[in-house]
Design a protein around this ligand. Structure first.
Ligand code: NAD
Length: 366
């Protein structure tokens, strides 16, 4: 990959690498945009096969965070971090403290939180070295694990998508195929089941959700079979890139709506879903609940406010569907347009008046 070409094509501001031999830390922080505010995004630990794979992941994820914050109406930019390694093997206090010093070295331009492979407990160590961390434990005056809020937002987004595509947002009897029963997928499946939805699910580690599966009579399928399941909603809640050349022909759903980041392997897969009349709830819009929650923690944390703002993902999804219909484009394009418009206004305002653009954005309510 030609890194600078990529950064210039996709608008990244800064990519920083950090290596610490003693703790074994190999980390990359990508800041995509700080136009709306400091870049906030989680830290992912993953056993990437190559450094290039890790770099591409952090670049793509950080860009998604910019749009997520923008559509959610937050005064935050987009950033993300990856740590290379198997989370089951590499974690230590020394590693997270070294990582905390890395975050601190960016002087608040980047604020971290948990993501795949990291937990609230890991952030406690990061917090010993930097104040630029959120998603902290309740005992540290934080808001705890953001996953329940993410799941709630996805649930609200699924209801909005069903309202459009099925004519009702009552989930009784609606079939949802959930890919991944981890922190978010688990909470989501539980909420959907409580509303009377029929859940078909998969996980590469089926034991992890055994009690949930039994309690709600969830039908489990093999990981690769989830794409062939005939259902109303396919909810990707594991990893990104699952809507791709190999899977798109296999989908038997009316809606794709889930928690995973970067669900579309390439943007053209969003157009292909549109052509097939499968309604796609853009990932960074529907999964913004966790970000809304940790962003609320940056002030004095108010749980009611976080849940209320997350519930409004229902309206954001409807708004994007309407915009897409009006313009005759795929929903991912409508979401991009909305996200970029808000950033562009802020940029122009900054250039014009030197102000931070907040007043203009508030007036525009976008
Ligand atoms: P997690 O690691 O707790 O759960 C992921 C689950 O997916 C695990 O149980 C794992 O075994 C399973 N899995 C992995 N690969 C799979 C495969 N090929 N097939 C089936 N199952 C597979 O992660 P999480 O926090 O629940 O996040 C899930 C997704 O949602 C991620 O893409 C994450 O980036 C995204 N997301 C999470 C949050 C949050 O608040 N946790 C916020 C926004 C987006």
């Amino acid at each position: 990959m030609e890194l600078f070409d990529y950064m210039q094509d996709y608008g990244h501001e800064q990519v920083t690498f950090w290596s610490d031999k003693e703790s074994g830390l190999k980390a990359i922080i990508a800041i995509h945009s700080t136009v709306l505010g400091p870049a906030l995004g989680g830290t992912r630990i993953w056993a990437y096969k190559t450094e290039e794979e890790a770099l591409l992941d952090v670049l793509r994820l950080s860009e998604g965070m910019t749009y997520k914050a923008s559509v959610a109406g937050l005064d935050l930019g987009g950033g993300k971090a990856v740590i290379i390694g198997d989370p089951a093997k590499i974690k230590s206090e020394a590693l997270f403290r070294s990582y905390g010093r890395f975050v601190n070295s960016l002087g608040g331009h980047y604020i971290t939180a948990e993501d795949v492979g990291t937990t609230v407990a890991d952030m406690t160590y990061v917090h010993k070295e930097t104040s630029h961390v959120t998603g902290l434990a309740r005992s540290e005056h934080g808001s705890g694990d953001p996953s329940p809020l993410t799941a709630f937002g996805v649930y609200r987004g699924i209801k909005a998508a069903c309202k459009t595509q099925l004519g009702t947002d009552d989930l009784q009897g609606v079939t949802v195929a959930v890919q991944g029963l981890g922190k978010v997928g688990h909470c989501l499946a539980e909420r959907l089941a409580e509303d009377g939805a029929k859940i078909i699910a998969t996980d590469i580690n089926p034991q992890a959700a055994a009690s949930l599966v039994e309690k709600h009579n969830i039908t489990m399928v093999e990981p690769d079979e989830i794409y062939d399941v005939s259902c109303d909603v396919f909810a990707p809640c594991a990893m990104g890139g699952v809507i791709n050349d190999n899977t798109i022909d296999r989908l038997r759903c009316k809606i794709v709506a889930g928690a995973a980041n970067n669900q579309l392997a390439e943007t053209h897969h969003g157009d292909e879903l549109y052509t097939r009349k499968i309604l796609y709830a853009p990932d960074y819009v529907i999964n913004a609940g966790g970000l809304i929650n940790v962003a609320t923690e940056l002030g004095a944390y108010d749980a009611d406010e976080a849940w209320r703002k997350t519930a409004a993902i229902y309206d954001s999804i409807l708004r994007i569907i309407d915009l897409a219909k009006d313009e005759g484009v795929a929903t991912y394009k409508a979401a991009h347009r909305l996200a970029k418009a808000r950033i562009e206004v802020a940029k122009q305002e900054k250039e014009k008046s030197g102000s931070n653009g907040r007043q203009v954005l508030e007036a525009l309510k976008i």
